[in-house]
Design a binder for this molecule. Structure first.
Ligand code: AMP
Length: 190
C-alpha cells in the first residue's frame, strides 16, 4: 500500500501532479487547502475563520488540520493515500507519524519533494492568480506564504530526511510530464 506525501513550496505543482498520481496509482486524495477553500465557499464557521488566516498567507491551526487528516485516513482505511499540502509544520508531521503507526502504514511512506526556484514559483503563482482567481495568489500574500514555508515547512523536510529511504527530491522546473515521469520512477522503485 503506497502512502505518499507530495511536498513543495506554494506553486511547485503539487495539485497538478497529485491529480495525475492519484489516477495512476488509484490513491485516495486529500488537499487540506482545497478542503478549506470549500469550507469558505460554503460559508461554514470553519470557512469564515480559515478565510481570515488564509488571506493573510498564514497557516490554519494544527488541531483543525490534523482533525481533517484523521477523518480522511479513517474513511480510507483500505486504500493508499496521497497527501497534498500536509504536513506543513513539524507538529503536523509528528501527529501524522502517530496516525500512520496506528493504521500500520508507517513502513509504507514516501515523501516526494518538488523543487522549483523561488523566482519561478512567484511567476507561476501570479499567473495562476489571473486564471483561477485565488484570493491568496496576490503578491503580498504570496510573500507571507513563502515566509511561512521557509520558517515552518522546510523543517518538515529535515524531519523526513532523518528517516531512512523516505524522502526524495524531484526537479519541478521542466515540463509537467518530465516531473511526473520522475515521480513515478521513484514510486515504482520504492
Ligand atoms: P494550499 O492550497 O495547499 O496552497 O493551501 C492554501 C492555504 O490553506 C495555505 O496558505 C494555508 O493558509 C492553508 N493550509 C492548507 N494546508 C494547511 C496545513 N497543512 N496547515 C496549515 N494551513 C494549511
Amino acid at each position: 500500500m503506497k502512502n505518499i506525501i507530495l511536498f513543495g513550496a506554494p506553486g511547485a505543482g503539487k495539485g497538478t501532479q497529485s491529480k495525475m498520481l492519484v489516477e495512476k496509482y488509484d490513491l485516495a486524495y486529500i488537499s487540506t487547502g482545497e478542503i478549506l477553500r470549500n469550507e469558505i465557499k460554503n460559508k461554514t464557521s470553519l470557512g469564515l475563520k480559515a478565510k481570515e488566516v488564509m488571506d493573510k498567507g498564514m497557516f490554519v491551526s494544527d488541531d483543525i488540520i490534523v482533525g481533517m487528516i484523521t477523518n480522511f485516513i479513517e474513511k480510507n482505511h483500505n486504500k493508499g493515500i496521497l497527501l497534498d499540502g500536509f504536513p506543513r509544520t513539524v507538529v503536523q508531521a509528528e501527529e501524522l507519524d502517530d496516525i500512520l503507526k496506528n493504521t500500520h502504514r508507517e513502513n509504507h511512506l514516501l515523501v516526494l519533494s518538488l523543487n522549483v526556484p523561488k523566482e519561478e514559483l512567484m511567476r507561476r503563482l501570479l499567473k495562476r492568480a489571473e486564471i483561477e482567481g485565488r484570493t491568496d495568489d496576490n503578491e503580498q500574500t504570496i510573500k507571507e506564504r513563502f515566509n511561512q514555508y521557509e520558517t515552518k515547512t522546510l523543517p518538515v523536510a529535515e524531519f523526513y530526511k532523518k528517516k531512512q529511504g523516505v524522502y526524495f527530491e524531484v526537479n519541478g522546473i521542466g515540463t509537467l510530464e518530465q516531473a511526473f515521469v520522475h515521480l513515478c520512477e521513484i514510486i515504482d522503485k520504492n
